[in-house]
Design a protein around this ligand. Structure first.
Ligand SMILES: [Fe+2]
Ligand SMILES: [Fe+2]
Length: 503
């Protein structure tokens, strides 16, 4: 297990040549498409950005320049993200991520151009401000924060470097602008860990502001002397302070357009007022209770290993929404009623039970729960076996009318630590619920048995769980389960003397 991280890297490296070529081809096509869009910008503003080249190429400049720039930017993007996708563990950019990053880079380029051009041409409050100083207002910190919050820190660093290079072009390719953008983008991204509410987002901006101000002053002094350092400091600080509100404005749009779910969105989804949770509460109260308990267990497990506790708790709340509509087929909703599976063939039971994963994934997408929750819904059973019906199906398997593989969930296996934690919490809760009056020792033994079974079945092969993580998660789940499922002390019956008083 401890080798799972290097295993997954090796697997990716040894992926067959065809899929690698396919991936590269797709990346190249995307790079060319996005670079062509940059070329349009270059066509419009090429004369200003590269006046020397414009003079040399005369009338053909915009066309030749646009083609040349398309090639250069496409090469840059392909090499940059191709290399990172291969070698940086957490950079696995899907088509959607690439489109999102290119859209942000575009927006940033327009914002940079707008800030510099518009402010420089507006009758300024203070005529002594040179146009280049407006470059310190380019809002890269806000965009880098957004990428860190919606994707991850590794991608945020890559985006900051690529966007600094591309948007420095809007500031006539000045070194000072590029260095400033690199520095403040990194500062913004590094401070936006676990942003779970709007106030925290604004606070990140406040924390970034002094870094932006100092960077602007230092670079202004180093490249242009002390003439405009006051304005550089003011614009740098304003850039930092505005990064929080700008990121807050960009986040919901990006979440809606690209299907991401930030921690802020997760917190909103965690309230039981969401229509899906309300339906679950009314139509499948047993599943709702099970999901709440799994959420508590998963949150404790995540806290024990430094995974994302909000994601674990909220994803666990929604992990079984696919049971809606067929709630009475699942044991937690039967509550003493007849077991409907007694009247069904194992094959039919299997079909109904397995379908809750697919149905949950569909409902998650339909209600725009965001990719992180949908992935966990999809992966929460991995490819594990449906043990309860396997025994019933043994005669069919013996007669070769069915196979054991048919009684496995379709997968995929958990690919993140959070998905693995939800899987373990789910299985542990179900197993402990079936115990009659469990003791703390019995709970611990049952949870350990579940973890061993999941691990030995290879369900954790595709996520980055170490053995140490697994033990810590098991301990945390056992502790919470022992606390919530201990036998309740019976209240003495009324009228049996002094001992009957309830305090
Ligand atoms: Fe499930
Ligand atoms: Fe479940």
């Amino acid at each position: 297990m401890s080798g799972s991280r290097s295993d997954s890297r090796d697997n990716r490296r040894s992926g067959n040549g065809e899929s690698r070529r396919l991936r590269y081809g797709r990346l190249l096509a995307l790079s060319v498409a996005s670079a062509a869009a940059f070329a349009v910008l270059f066509y419009l503003w090429g004369h200003e950005l590269l006046p020397r080249a414009a003079g040399r190429w005369r009338g053909t400049f915009p066309f030749v320049g646009a083609v040349a720039l398309t090639l250069a930017v496409a090469l840059f993007l392909t090499e940059w993200f191709g290399f990172a996708g291969r070698e940086v563990r957490k950079v696995r950019l899907a088509l959607r991520d690439f489109l999102f990053l290119c859209s942000l880079a575009f927006l940033l380029f327009f914002a940079a151009k707008g800030v510099i051009d518009l402010l420089a041409e507006t009758p300024t409050l203070v005529r002594s401000v040179p146009p280049r100083v407006y470059g310190y207002l380019i809002p890269l910190p806000a965009f880098a924060m957004t990428v860190r919050i919606l994707i991850n820190s590794e991608t945020a660093i890559l985006f900051t470097v690529a966007a600094s290079v591309l948007s420095a072009a809007a500031a006539s390719g000045r070194w000072s602008a590029m260095l400033f953008l690199l520095l403040v983008g990194t500062a913004g991204a590094s401070r936006s860990r676990r942003v779970q509410d709007r106030y925290r987002m604004l606070w990140v901006g406040v924390q970034t502001a002094p870094v932006c101000a100092v960077a602007a002053v230092a670079l202004e002094l180093a490249f242009y002397g002390s003439g405009s350092i006051f304005w550089a400091a003011a614009f740098g600080a304003a850039n930092g302070l505005l990064s929080g509100p700008i990121a807050l404005a960009v986040l919901p749009v990006a979440e809606y357009a690209f299907g991401y779910a930030s921690d802020i969105r997760l917190m909103e989804l965690g309230h039981t007022g969401h229509p899906l949770l309300r339906r679950l509460m009314v139509e499948a109260p047993g599943t709702f209770h099970h999901s709440v308990v799994v959420g508590t267990l998963a949150e404790a497990g995540a806290l024990a290993i430094g995974a994302n506790p909000v994601l674990c708790r909220v994803a666990a709340l929604y992990h079984d929404v696919g049971k809606l509509g067929k709630a009475h087929y699942f044991s937690e909703n039967q509550a003493g009623a007849l077991n409907v599976h007694d009247a069904l063939s194992p094959g039919l039971s299997r079909t109904v039970i397995l379908s809750h994963v697919k149905e949950g994934t569909r409902l998650g997408k339909e209600h725009r729960l965001g990719d992180r929750i949908v992935e966990i819904i999809e992966q929460h059973h991995g490819t594990s076996v449906l043990y309860c019906f396997l025994d019933k199906a043994r005669p069919m398997i013996r007669d070769r009318k069915a196979s054991e593989e048919m009684f496995r969930y379709p997968g995929p296996k958990p690919r993140t630590r959070e998905a693995a934690i939800v899987m373990l919490a789910d299985a542990a809760e179900a197993a402990v619920r079936s115990l009659h009056q469990p003791s703390p020792g019995g709970v611990e033994e049952t949870v350990q048995g579940i973890i061993d079974r999941v691990y030995l079945d290879g369900q954790l092969n595709e996520c980055d769980m170490t053995l140490r993580d697994l033990h810590a998660v098991g301990r945390a789940i056992s502790q919470v389960l022992a606390a919530v499922s201990h036998g309740r002390v019976d209240y003495p019956e009324a009228g049996k003397g002094a001992s009957g008083k309830v305090s």
